[in-house]
Design a protein around this ligand. Structure first.
Ligand SMILES: [Zn+2]
Ligand SMILES: [Zn+2]
Length: 179
């Protein structure tokens, strides 16, 4: 059982070492291995909405599902461009609940202060992966709390609350027995 990292388009907004730092930290926190897919994926035109000048997150997930078989592992796609789903101005990320595919946009997480940028990526990656492991939004001070704005991202806990952490650990143990 591992988590694949997929880099979409140019991913020019982040230094590779910075992303690696976050992945190492997440890997230690969750006790799971991360593996970067070395190939860069250029998204097809149908995932981009020219009028909105944003990518359609559902279309991206459809594309990844068609392109990559995770063989039961989880995959998180990262992109520097802005993403949305119908009915929103933008979203930070999108995940299949209890599924294998999720996406995180770094666009609105960026900050000149790299410590802040790193912490935001950590939280939101944990959040989207949490959904993939079956977690829903949580009302505790927890990374699974829903955030509508970057302010709310900064305000919430970097880590999971005890309840969510216990849930995800149990889920991981069970998954590790299968793959
Ligand atoms: Zn969420
Ligand atoms: Zn929680």
């Amino acid at each position: 059982m591992k988590i694949f990292i997929l880099k979409l388009n140019e991913l020019e907004c982040i230094d590779e070492r910075l992303l690696d730092n976050v992945l190492t930290e997440l890997s230690e926190y969750l006790g799971i291995r991360f593996e970067c897919i070395p190939k860069k994926f250029q998204l097809p035109n149908n995932t981009y909405n020219k009028t909105r000048m944003q990518y359609d997150a559902n279309e991206i997930l459809n594309y990844i599902r068609r392109t990559i078989d995770t063989k039961g592992n989880k995959i998180i796609a990262t992109i520097c461009d802005d993403i949305y789903v119908e009915g929103t101005n933008f979203i930070f990320g999108l995940a299949e609940i209890n599924g294998n595919y999720c996406i995180l946009s770094l666009k609105r997480l960026r900050n000149e202060d790299l410590k802040i940028f790193k912490e935001r990526i950590f939280k939101e990656m944990l959040h989207e992966l949490g959904h993939c492991f079956g977690l829903r939004h949580c009302s505790n001070d927890c990374a699974m709390k829903f955030s509508n704005s970057i302010f709310e991202v900064d305000m919430k806990n970097k880590y999971l609350c005890e309840k969510c952490f216990r849930y995800i650990k149990l889920k991981l143990e069970n998954l590790k027995k299968k793959i």
